[in-house]
Design a protein. Structure first.
Length: 80
């Protein structure tokens, strides 16, 4: 490869990188990231975790009677 060809390739790379940088700067349109600033103070660390899922007991028990009989009246509503 000749020196002239190497110089042309290097110039093309510089032009492409310059154009990409200029395009990147014009795309921002002056908007910055919003940040919140506070003074440094000593305070307690609080951790909050939010998750979805099901809660299951480690142990479960089936409750039933040993004597069969007839229910005459049920004095509670469903869900009580």
């Amino acid at each position: 490869m000749s020196r002239k060809r190497k110089a042309l390739i290097a110039a093309a790379i510089v032009i492409v990188l310059g154009a990409a940088g200029a395009l990147s700067l014009t795309q921002r349109s002056g908007r910055g990231l919003q940040v919140r600033m506070e003074e440094v103070t000593r305070r307690d660390l609080v951790s909050t975790v939010t998750a979805s899922g099901n809660i299951r007991a480690r142990q479960s028990a089936d409750v039933s009677s040993d004597v069969s009989g007839r229910i005459v009246e049920l004095n509670v509503a469903e869900g009580d």
